[in-house]
Structure formats: C-alpha cells, structure tokens
Design a protein around this ligand. Structure first.
Ligand SMILES: NC(=O)c1ccc[n+]([C@@H]2O[C@H](COP(=O)([O-])OP(=O)(O)OC[C@H]3O[C@@H](n4cnc5c(N)ncnc54)[C@H](O)[C@@H]3O)[C@@H](O)[C@H]2O)c1
Length: 511
C-alpha cells in the first residue's frame, strides 16, 4: 500500500494549509467529524493524498443549529461592516493563493494556472461583494395614494446551503459565499466528496478571519459528505436557500426535494455548449478559442465547448487546423507550469469517455483525433475530435463530462441557431463572425437561448462581473455579478401611510 502523499517531502507544502494525514470534515465554530473516512486521491497518479472524516447526520443537525444561532449575530451587523469581513477573507485568500491553487491542481487535477485562477475568482468576487455591501438596496416608488410611501426593502434569507461540484472546488463556493455573506446570510457548505481537502483548506482560511474578528465561526459552516448530507440539506426547511452546482441529473432530484417544501433554490447544472463559426469568421481567433474551450480543464468545465458547428465553406480547413493544434497541446502533470492538459478527475470519467466514443462511432461519427486512454499513470485520455455525426444524434445532445468535441457542418444561420438551441441544456454559446446584423440577431429573441451569449470569444472563461448561469436543464440560476445578489435576499414591498387618511388603492371606496 502506498503511503500518503502528504507525508512525502515533495508535498510538505500541504501542511502550510493546515492539512495533515487525517483531517476533520466538519466546521461550525469548532472542528469535528466522526462519519465515514474518505481518502482523497490525486487524479494525475491515483496516489492517496490524505484523509478526511466526513460529517454524520447528527453533526449536520448540530451544525445547522449553530449556523442559525450565528445568523442572529451576523444579520445585525450593518452590510458595509459585513463587507469589511468579506474584504479580509479576500486578503487572507490572496496570501495563500499559490499554495491553495497547488492543492486544487493536486486534488482536482486541473492545471496549476487554472487552480490559482479559481482562488483569484474567489478574491475577485470578494472585492465585488465589498463594493456591493454599500450598494444593495431597493427603489422608492411613486405611490398612487397621497401621504403614502412605497418602497422595497431587501433582507437576507437566512441560512444558505451551498452544494458544489468537483470541477470548481473553490470558485463556486467563493461566488456563493462572498455574495451571500454580504447580503447578511450565513453559509453551510458541502463540497464534492472527491475534493474534501480543498473544502477543509478553504474553510480554515475563512474560519481564521471570523475568529480573529470575534465572530461565530458557524457563519461559514462546512459539513463534508456525499449524497446523504446533500439530501439532508435539500429536505431541510431551515436551509432558506439551497444553491446547488452539479449535474442536471442530481440537480433535478435536489430541485424536487426543495420544491416539495416550497424552498428557494439556485441551480447551476450541466451545459452542452456550442461554438458556431460562420464563413466570415477570423480563423486566427477561432482555432485557439476552440482549443482552449474544448481541451482546457480536460473538458471538465460546465462551459466546455462540446459542439463545434462549422459553416460548410470553412469546415475542412478548421477541422484540420484544430486537429493540428490538439496534437501540440502539452500533456503532463497538472502542477508542472508547462502543462496545458491534465488528467480526468476519476477513473469512472475515463470509462464514460470510452463509452461515449463507442456510442459516437455507432451513431455515425468518425474519430479524427484522439480517442484513446493514455499509457501513463493517472486518469489521462487523449483529447478527442469526432466529425460526421448528425446534429441531433443522441450522443451530441448528451453532456459527457470529458474532452470530446463533436464537429457539425451547417449551411445557414437559421440552421446553426436552431441547432444551438435544440439541446436540453442552455448554458453557454459563441459565434464567430464579423457581420454586425448577425451579432444582434444572435443576442436577440430568435438568437441563442443560453444564459451566456458570446461573440468572437470561447464559451468558457466567464468574468465575475456578469451574472453566471443558464436556462432550461441548466437550471435557470444566476450567480456572481450583476444583480445575482437578489437571489440571496428576500424582497418586501413596504407601503407606509404617513397621512391622517386611509385612501385605498385603485380608488376603492369601502365605507
Ligand atoms: N452551471 C454551472 O455553473 C456548473 C458549474 C460546475 C459544474 N457544473 C456541472 O456539474 C457537473 C459535474 O460535477 P459533479 O460530477 O461533481 O456533479 P454531481 O451532480 O455528481 O455532484 C454535485 C454535488 O452534488 C452532491 N450530490 C450527489 N448526490 C446528491 C443528492 N442526492 N442530493 C444532494 N446532493 C447530492 C455531490 O456530492 C456533489 O457535491 C457537470 O454536469 C457540470 O456541467 C455546472
């Protein structure tokens, strides 16, 4: 049996994050955990990194109670002062950005710069939330009744449960955490069971800030676990908003459980994103965009390009150039600075990759590049391009969370827009064109039906300033920037009579 990586001198930096061989997976002001022990494995070599003891349902129960107690303190703190705490969280993350980014790379398997990029996103959203802490508010509206004021008051919902996916083990929590806190909520986080060390390391950084400010640590609680803890959160009436990021399949189960209790939910589910390349596109932008968005993070982003639709006049040329670029992608250990492409997260994902390629072949596809598992330790597969499939082949309409790009050939704009929209998912979409009219048609009512609608850039790599999320089976939620904060608050329409009369709305007389 191999020893844990954390004990090897090469990985001693993990201790800078407060991690050890065995880690407690519950935080609610104090650390605990007496549930199932999970070992976290490195996807690049399948070696065990360290262990985490997850929460029991009893510990979940205790944590919810402590979080709700903590809310009584947090909700009374003025929003700009809450923003100051969020600012300190951002600063604490800045200090650990490299080492935390390295952990993300080691545990999730994404390349180092992307691991660091995730922490940067959390830092950026903290900065954004600090500004927001002095700006959130509702309008004062004209009342039709004399001597009356009509206004909107926004209040925190209370306890925000946050369930996150393996592929963004820091950033997704960060988006939710920074905005939810600023709005006056407390958080309870359950990360993915295959990235528990990242959940523990992030929570240690956040907890230190709270404790230094003499605030209850349960303001940012964490219960590591799997479907058991996730289900408990979905069914729990005390979880005032459940923010769920993950697959459409699990998201649907979660959504039904939350709806059953008329709870609030924010769903960020699967995508099946397309890049559409028109005859007038600048191919010098198209090729690196298609490669970044389909090969980046080894195809494990919700915004990964899975369908590349090429106008028939540029089809062969683009396939040739993209396939050539695929062969030059540097594959290696994700923490090696020169690597552009790392492993899949799990062995199961390798099986899904092989099964999807088989199905694609059966449905009429031709593998023009890749298609094989790589002969090296870890979960490495070749980035793959498949041509010749019908636009509506079942495999093309499926989000397989691996680096397989389906190339489709189209003739008209109408056809391409229709194919973009015909899948169940509605997350991200891009066109490449110089035609200004087409750009506005793409953004308009008969254009892309996705939450993210891009022009001359890839489908992945969103900024935090905009609202992030998608329509249809992607769940309809919006996180991060713009007015996404509204999802973390409840709106009260308040009418105040400051006159001595009682006029009724719509001129109704009741006397
Ligand atoms: N739209 C977005 O913003 C976004 C972002 C990242 C990932 N994703 C999607 O996430 C998926 C990949 O992530 P994954 O494989 O970790 O997803 P997943 O659905 O398997 O797991 C997501 C989370 O749900 C938890 N979970 C599992 N069963 C549950 C249950 N019955 N009740 C409650 N929680 C439960 C898991 O433990 C995990 O924390 C892809 O489909 C991807 O598109 C979407």
């Amino acid at each position: 049996m191999s020893s844990l990586l954390i004990n090897q001198p090469k990985y001693s930096w993990l201790k800078e994050l407060g991690l050890s061989e065995d880690n407690l997976g519950v935080y609610n002001g104090s650390w605990g955990g007496s549930g199932e022990v999970v070992t976290s494995y490195c996807p690049a070599n399948n070696e065990p990194i360290a262990r985490v003891t997850q929460a029991t349902l009893a510990e979940y129960e205790e944590t919810v109670q402590k979080a709700r107690e903590a809310w009584k303190v947090w909700a009374d703190i003025p929003a700009p002062k809450r923003g100051e705490i969020v600012r300190q969280i951002g600063d604490a993350l800045r200090k650990k950005i490299k080492v935390l980014g390295s952990l993300v790379s080691l545990e999730m398997g994404k390349i180092y710069v992307e691991g660091v990029g995730e922490i940067q996103e959390y830092v950026d959203v903290c900065d954004y939330a600090v500004g927001l802490s002095r700006m959130i508010g509702g309008p004062i509206l004209p009342s039709e009744r004399p001597g009356h004021a009509l206004l909107e008051q926004w209040n925190p919902v209370g306890l925000v449960g946050i369930i996150t996916a393996f592929n963004f083990p820091v950033a997704v929590y960060g988006w939710n955490n920074a905005i939810a806190l600023t709005c006056g909520n407390v958080c309870l986080w359950k990360g993915a069971p295959t990235t528990p060390l990242t959940s523990v390391a992030v929570t240690k950084i956040v907890a230190e800030v709270l404790e230094q400010n003499n605030l209850p640590g349960a303001i940012c609680s964490m219960t590591c676990g799997g479907a058991d803890i996730g289900t408990a959160m979905a069914k729990d009436e005390r979880v005032d908003l459940l923010s769920f990021t993950g697959s459409t399949h699990v998201g649907k189960l979660v959504a039904m459980m939350v709806q059953e209790r008329f709870g609030r939910k924010l769903l960020e589910l699967g995508g099946n994103n397309a890049i559409i390349v028109f005859e007038d596109a600048d191919l010098n932008l198209v090729v690196p965009s298609a490669v970044f968005a389909s090969v980046g993070t080894a195809g494990q982003r919700c915004t990964t390009t899975r369908r590349l639709m090429l106008h028939e006049s540029v089809h062969d040329k683009v396939v040739e150039r993209v396939a050539k670029a695929y062969k030059q992608v540097r594959i290696g250990d994700p923490w090696d600075p020169s690597t552009l492409y790392g492993p899949l997260h799990t062995i199961q994902a390798v099986e899904q990759y092989l099964a999807a390629i088989e199905q694609a072949k059966q449905q009429g596809g031709t593998v023009v590049c890749g298609g094989k598992v790589m002969d090296r330790p870890g979960n490495y597969v070749e980035p793959t391009i498949i041509t010749g499939l019908p636009h509506d082949a079942p495999i093309v309409h499926t989000e397989t969370f691996v680096p397989i790009l389906y190339v489709l050939k189209f003739n008209t704009e109408e056809e391409a827009f229709a194919w973009n929209n015909e899948v169940k998912q509605g997350l991200s979409s891009s066109i490449f064109t110089k035609d200004l009219g087409r750009v506005f048609r793409w953004m308009g009512p008969k254009g892309s039906d996705c939450g993210i609608v891009n022009v001359n850039i890839p489908t992945s790599g969103a900024e935090i300033g905009g609202a992030f999320g998608g329509e249809k089976h992607t769940g309809g939620g919006r996180e991060s920037g713009s007015d996404s904060w509204k999802q973390y608050m409840r709106r009260s329409t308040c009418t105040i009579n400051y006159s001595k009369d009682l006029p009724l709305a719509q001129g109704i007389k009741f006397e």
